[in-house]
Write a protein of this length. Structure first.
Length: 312
């Protein structure tokens, strides 16, 4: 069995070989968010642009004993203005990612989805956790546990494609998605099973591409080969999934937090579907999870640049 954090350490080591990613850090006005940005910078993952009230940022740095002299600071009077200014840095090509500071997630995302001045794309925005579970052989992507509360089938198409694209950005040799429900059979009484089956047919029709996708699958037979064998599920995904797509935010959030607090897993998080990756860290995150979140975002940004070159 691998040592704890081995998956994250490989990810971070890989990203240290890349140029640091210019990252607009929105309103880093407390020690936790400021330290997270500086730790990522010291590890060569990002070049932070600190956006927010200059006096509050300098005060937070002084209280925490952090030096910010080496980093650009863009003065913005309050949290909403900091979110808007951080988004504008991306629109001007000065930042390749956003990072949440000490403002509310809703404040940052409101600036991101603004119709006139935001970072919308044709794709629906969604969140992915990249989980490092000590007892599991490979990283697990879990979606969506933070943005879309009760997604429709149409929204689930984008959530699924975002997660698949993330798997490729993380260099998964094969992306295998389990669309989760409480059971592995399709039941008219359980709407999530019907939507899972519909998503699989969309994959067959190339409306969603880039992965092996199966569902509905229950959690046990999605990640455990013996459980899949006992249930006699004939599938290239069952028992081997490396992406778990939850039916709604509540179940996804509970799954991710169960792994964190009962199985000792770490959770790196990123928001996808905007023009750039968005790093959403929590004050409860470990240092390793913060660094891994930045590394995940760096690989997403790299994949976007590589895709843009192919399109030229």
């Amino acid at each position: 069995m691998e040592a704890k954090h081995a998956k994250y350490e490989r990810l971070i080591d890989h990203c240290r070989a890349l140029p640091p990613m210019p990252t607009a850090v929105a309103h880093p006005c407390d020690a936790s968010s400021l330290a997270g940005a500086i730790e990522a910078a010291q590890n060569g993952l990002i070049t932070p642009i600190l956006v927010g009230p200059r006096a509050r940022i300098e005060s937070a740095a002084a209280e925490a004993g952090l030096s910010i002299a080496a980093y650009q600071l863009v003065d913005a009077p309050y949290s909403h203005a900091a979110a808007a200014a951080a988004v504008q840095l991306v629109r001007e090509g000065k930042a390749d990612a956003l990072m949440k500071g000490s403002l509310h997630t809703d404040e940052l995302m409101s600036a991101v989805v603004s119709r006139d001045a935001g970072l919308r794309t044709a794709r629906r925005i969604s969140h992915c956790f990249v989980m490092d579970v000590p007892q599991h052989d490979h990283a697990l992507i879990i979606t969506d546990a933070a943005v879309n509360i009760a997604p429709t089938l149409e929204v689930k198409m984008d959530i699924l494609q975002n997660a698949i694209d993330l798997g490729h950005a993380l260099r998964f040799p094969e992306v295998r998605v389990a669309i989760l429900s409480a059971m592995e059979t399709v039941s008219p009484k359980v709407p999530s099973t019907i939507e899972a089956a519909a998503l699989c047919k969309m994959v067959d029709r190339h409306q969603v591409t880039g992965a092996l996708v199966d569902g509905p699958l229950a959690l046990d037979n999605a990640i455990n080969l013996e459980a899949a064998r006992i249930k006699q599920i004939d599938s290239r995904v069952a028992g081997r999934a490396n992406v778990l797509m939850a039916p709604d935010l509540e179940s996804g959030n509970m799954l991710a937090k169960s792994l964190s607090f009962l199985a000792g897993a770490d959770a790196a998080g990123v928001v996808l579907g905007a023009r750039v990756p968005i790093i959403l860290t929590s004050r409860a995150d470990t240092v390793m999870a913060r660094l891994a979140s930045c590394a995940v975002a760096a690989l997403v940004a790299l994949a976007k640049r590589e895709s843009a070159k192919v399109m030229e």
